[in-house]
Design a protein around this ligand. Sequence first.
Ligand code: SF4
Length: 348
Amino acid sequence: MVDRCDAVSGRCARSLCKSAQQNREAGSLGCQGVDGRVPSVGLAGGVKKAKAHHRGASQDLRRQESLPVILAELRSAIPAGRVLEITTTIGCIVGCSYCPQDKFADRQRKVSHAKHLRLEDFKRCLARVPTSVDIGFAGYSEPWLNPDCTEMVEHAFAKGHGIRIFTTLVGMNKEDLQRLRALRLGVFVVHVFDDGTYMNSRLVGNKYRDLVRQLVDAEIPSIQFVVLGEPHPDVVDIIPAKALVQARPVSSRGGSVDPRIVAPRQPVVGALTCVDERQYRNVLLPNGDVTLCSMDFERRHVLGNLLCDGYSDLFGKPVFCEIVDRMNGADGFLLCRMCEFADPNDRT
Ligand code: SF4
């Protein structure tokens, strides 16, 4: 049973983490979306072309199916505990075909016109979050598409939060990297560009290659390079093969991803458990809203708003209490039922 609990600094009295092998095999990138300062190519046109390319990619997908689905190496390197992931911007030019970014943007624009999370709003929200909660720069879009992202990371670090970064490097430049190197980063996952099967290869240019090279040379202890699919041919000579975790997209994002790319799972009936306790890895949006987790691209469970609610209030409001009741088997819509991280409690 899932407890409604909850002391901010603690875990639930009863463990939620009863993992199933099926779910152990699911990948866990925040934004599965990776590059250097956005190159000067026509980006909108690039995304359109990428999307057209994605439509014709089904033959390639068969080849990708031979890739491992297990990201155990990566997941074991990511610590447990509470996290607030930051979605710094709405809309993402990376255009990974396994990311339901458009659905998120459509839903979000109906409630707010804020494109970027403003630095001052980030600071106001963060002031409400205990330092025991790690801050993850991932969310539903590429974090460095917001020009204030590095400053946000520095601010959160200075306040004493553990820092987790998941990035494609798109929007980042060499100076950003220098500043990040000066910090102690708990998790630093670089989502490497694939060969164009799922991602927009036009974002791979000399700046991106230079940035990747700089990162490899920097020897940041926590760094992990991950590619979903085959790595882009322009980076295979830069990233040592043993430093690159290769997998294929495995999460349907609660059924939000195009089913031709990741088929939705069979819905879980009855009580369930989130294998990574991700109901405590919530996502802050640019308007201050907080959604359940990194699977909730369609804002199905909005817990509250950190511009006006305290962090612990998020877990005492009706929305979170309903989620807990439904995880314990009550009727009503629950995103987890369609999520690869949900483990049915009754496995008979
Ligand atoms: S949707 Fe539910 S089961 Fe899936 S990661 Fe989020 S909290 Fe966990």
